[in-house]
Structures are given as structure tokens and as C-alpha cells.
Design a protein around this ligand. Structure first.
Ligand code: HMG
Length: 445
């Protein structure tokens, strides 16, 4: 059977940075440890006034195509995942294709273009579409470009303001991939939920605390659904488990729930029984509340064990490194987590080829998806080519007053004059409005 998966990846961060414990927390009169210890965030990425979802997505795609020596004729689909689209008709992929056609020979006139929304589930669904298109033999030898791009901004003073971010991930999906091969098996947890939504509005309406519970419930269902097709999972089966990461504290909760589920009836539960007892089973309780309370207590005790903490440090913590510095990128978030884990393996000289990842995507509204990936021989070279650490280093650090101004500059309801805080170099920039209200772009050498 043809092996299909992610052949190459590029990450593009917004060019600005907001230091959360150092700049944001003091201005809000909050304890910096809410950010560092509670949410697990150090800083967030922001777009400068000339950046948006198109420039960031096009810049990630441009770097990827340039590095891989690709021309438009090599690409048969461009799918964009975003929750920040500014056009309800013309897909963002057409804007990005237009940008890329300005710098590459040839065009994408015979490439299929589309757009999806559903946070990082949408990025994963776009990868799935590409996978199915290739496996069905409809790709005519061409690869697919999947771009997840978002400016994840919240209204000023919304609790979500703590978890903002902006950036893009471009992925090349191809046969015989260099980075990871995708599993055929998938699990879903999906329900009509009203916890985070943007009904014809730029900034989300959020029930933050409920959104955390909905994330956990859907992720548990997706894991159970995955196990129903792939067989029982065991923590030792996976080198890393990248999750959708709105903020690392969310993953801390998801990891504990996931671990508790997968160790049930395994040698790990047996080993830990002397220390923390066995997991509560529903049949032993008279009512749901008592069972849930016992489960909560067991999970808390579980996360205190050396066994769990060693697993967490090795399998989950490495997925969070980039996220701590960039915040939530909605559609790109799980793809950033995967890249972060692979970077960790590269830096620590881990022999990862043939090893497995378990990947948990999520989108509010709400849906979780779980699948496995097998790391391929070419992963080192591809991950070694990532420039995200240099990009993070180069970001301009905002004062609080500059943060307020740049938030206003990106607020569609405000018409404010702003000056650029950084100088674009070798990248696409927003270049004003066209005659039909379209956004225009140009490449700056
Ligand atoms: P909040 O009210 O700002 O913060 O809301 P909090 O008071 O709940 O504190 C956050 C954590 O920091 C808590 O930890 C506190 O205890 C801790 P927890 O109890 O939850 O483990 N804390 C401290 N720790 C140490 N020292 C201190 C301290 N103070 C507090 N001094 C919330 C937080 C996440 C709700 C808010 O930021 C929010 O609404 N965010 C947006 C929604 C969101 O991110 N939801 C996540 C799940 S939904 C999802 O992932 C999908 C999403 O990406 C959307 C999509 O694209 O579809 C969001």
C-alpha cells in the first residue's frame, strides 16, 4: 500500500512578541505565575501591521517550496485551514496561490483549492483530504500543500486575551514522505457545542471554563473511538503525543485524562496499585457524582506519581516548547506541537525513525480527532531545516502601549493609523485594498 504523509513542514510566526508574565500580567494587575505556572505560557506571537493570515501562510508556503525546489506545477491542491478568514466567498487559498505565483515560475491553474474551519481539526482534515486524494490515485503524481494560518486574537479584556497568538504552518503531503506516515485508523469525538464561536464577528464569544471541559470530553471520545479500530493503546507505544495546544495548561489536563484511560487494565495500573490504588470503576458506585469524584481523586494522585511524571516529561513536555513562546495558533496548533516534539528528538539525538506518535487534534464547536503517525527516515533533515527558533529570537518585543495599538490595528471595527514596528525582509506583506474591497499583497525582497 502507498505510504502517504507529511513530507516537509515550515512554520512562520507573526513578527511581534508579547511577554506575558513580564509585560501583560503587570499591566492587567495579575500574578505573572498565572501565565508561567497556570497556563504554561511565556509569550505570544502577534502580527505586525503588514501581516495577516495570507502573508503568514504564503511566507510559510514560500519557504517550504523554495527549500524543496518545488514549482507550482508540482502542487495539485492547496488547502487552507483557518478560523480568521476575512472573506466569506473567496477562499484564502486563492489569495495565497496568487502571492506564490508572483515569485515562482508557472501557476496553480490546475490545482484544486479550498478552505476549512474547525481549529486544528481543520488542518488535520485538510491533511486527510490530501491523503485520500493521493491514496485514491487522483493526484497525477503531484503533492498537496496544506496551510494552517490564524491570527488568534480575542476581544480586549476577554479572559481568552491571555492565550492569543498568530502564525502559520505549511505542510507538504506526498507519497513516500520524509517526516511521518499517517495511520489509516482514526477516532472521532464530535458534538454540537456552544463554547467558542464567532457568528459573523471577528473576535470569539467564549465560555472559557466550559470550553476546557468540552475539549476533554471530546478528546476522550476520540481516543476511545480510535482504540475501537486500532486496538488498545499503551503509553509505551508512542514516543510523543502532540495535542491541540491552546495553552500548555490545557494539554496538562488532557494528558492526565488520556494516560488514565490508556493504562486501565494494563501492567502500569497494576504497578501503581500499591501506591495509589486501582482506578475507580463505575459499577462500584451508586451514582455518577460519586464515581466522578473518585475518578478526579485518582487522577490527581496519578499525576503525582514518579511513573506519570517521567512519562509526561518524556512524551508530552517536548511537544509544548514552541507553544509556550507563541500562544494559540488555532488551526496550526497541533502541527506546531508535532514539530516541537521532533525538534526535541533532533536536539537530543533520539533515534526516532520507525517510532510512533499519537496525535490529538481539536476544534471548538466541537470535535476531536485521534490518529497515529510513524516517523520516517528523512525526518532529521527536514526538522533540521526549520528556522522557527531564529524567527522567535528575531521577534520585536511589544510594550503594553504598543500591544494595545497593534490589537486596534487588527480590529476590523477600528480605523487607526499604525506604523510598522519591524521591517519586512524577503517576505509577503499586506499592500492595501483593491477596487472590489479585496486585500492586496506584494513580496518584499
Ligand atoms: P482565566 O480566568 O483567565 O484563568 O481563564 P484562570 O483563573 O482559570 O487560571 C488559569 C490557570 O492558571 C488555572 O489553572 C489557575 O489555577 C492557574 P487550573 O486550575 O485550570 O489548572 N493560576 C495560577 N497558577 C499559579 N499561580 C497563580 C495562578 N493564578 C491562576 N498565581 C481560560 C483561563 C483558559 C478559561 C481563558 O484564558 C480562556 O477563556 N481562553 C480561551 C478559551 C480556550 O483556550 N479554551 C481551551 C479549550 S477550547 C480549544 O482549545 C479550542 C480553541 O483553540 C478554539 C478553536 O480554535 O476552536 C480555543
Amino acid at each position: 500500500m502507498t505510504s502517504v504523509g507529511i513530507d516537509a513542514i515550515e512554520i512562520w510566526t507573526g513578527n511581534l512578541e508579547l511577554d506575558l508574565p513580564g509585560t501583560f500580567a503587570p499591566a492587567k494587575g495579575e500574578d505573572p505565575e498565572k501565565y508561567t505556572k497556570g497556563l504554561g505560557l511565556q509569550s505570544s506571537s502577534f502580527p505586525d501591521s503588514y501581516e495577516d493570515i495570507v502573508t503568514m501562510g504564503a511566507n510559510a508556503a514560500y519557504r517550504l517550496m523554495d527549500r524543496k525546489g518545488l514549482e507550482p506545477v508540482d502542487i495539485g491542491r492547496i488547502d487552507v485551514a483557518t478560523e480568521s478568514a476575512f472573506d466569506n466567498s473567496k477562499p484564502v487559498s486563492t489569495y495565497i496561490a496568487g502571492c506564490l505565483e508572483d515569485v515562482f515560475e508557472g501557476d496553480f491553474h490546475h490545482a484544486n483549492k479550498g478552505e476549512r474551519k474547525f481549529a486544528c481539526v481543520a488542518g488535520t482534515q485538510s491533511v486527510d483530504d490530501a491523503y485520500n486524494w493521493i491514496r485514491a490515485g487522483r493526484n497525477r503524481g503531484r503533492a498537496a500543500l496544506v496551510i494552517a494560518t490564524d491570527t488568534a486574537l480575542y476581544a480586549r479584556d476577554d479572559p481568552g486575551e491571555a492565550t492569543q497568538g498568530a502564525g502559520a504552518v505549511a505542510m507538504l503531503i506526498d507519497e513516500d514522505p520524509n517526516i511521518v506516515e499517517l495511520s489509516t485508523e482514526q477516532g472521532y469525538g464530535s458534538a454540537d457545542e456552544t463554547d467558542f464561536l464567532k457568528p459573523q464577528q471577528q473576535f470569539p464569544s467564549v465560555d472559557g471554563k466550559r470550553s476546557v471541559q468540552v475539549y476533554l470530553a471530546r478528546m476522550r471520545e476520540a481516543l476511545e473511538d480510535y482504540e475501537s479500530v486500532a486496538g488498545d493503546t499503551h503509553p509505551d507505544n508512542f514516543s510523543y503525543i502532540p495535542f491541540h495546544t491552546p495553552f500548555p495548561g490545557m494539554v496538562r489536563k488532557a494528558a492526565a485524562l488520556g494516560y488514565r484511560n490508556v493504562i486501565r487494565d494494563t501492567d502500569v495500573e497494576d504497578t501503581l496499585a500499591d501506591e495509589i490504588g486501582r482506578q475507580p470503576r463505575p459499577e462500584a458506585f451508586g451514582d455518577d457524582d460519586a464515581f466522578l469524584e473518585a475518578t478526579k481523586e485518582y487522577t490527581e494522585a496519578l499525576t503525582e506519581t514518579d511513573h506519570y511524571q517521567t512519562w509526561y516529561e518524556g512524551t508530552i513536555e517536548p511537544t509544548l516548547t514552541i507553544s509556550r513562546s507563541v500562544g494559540n495558533w488555532y488551526t496550526g496548533s497541533v502541527h506546531v506541537a508535532r514539530a516541537s516534539a521532533l525538534q526535541h528528538a533532533l536536539e537530543n539525538d533520539v533515534d526516532l525513525a520507525g517510532e510512533k506518535l499519537l496525535v490529538g487534534s481539536y476544534g471548538s464547536g466541537a470535535q476531536a480527532e485521534v490518529h497515529a503517525e510513524t516517523v520516517r527516515d528523512g525526518w532529521r533533515e527536514e526538522i533540521g531545516a526549520l528556522s522557527i527558533d531564529d524567527q522567535l529570537e528575531r521577534r520585536y518585543s511589544l510594550s503594553f502601549a504598543e500591544y494595545e495599538a497593534i490589537h486596534d490595528a487588527h480590529n476590523h471595527d477600528k480605523d487607526v493609523e499604525t506604523t510598522e514596528l519591524t521591517t519586512p525582509e524577503h517576505e509577503f506583506v499586506f499592500d492595501g485594498w483593491g477596487r472590489m474591497g479585496e486585500r492586496k499583497y506584494r513580496f518584499v525582497e
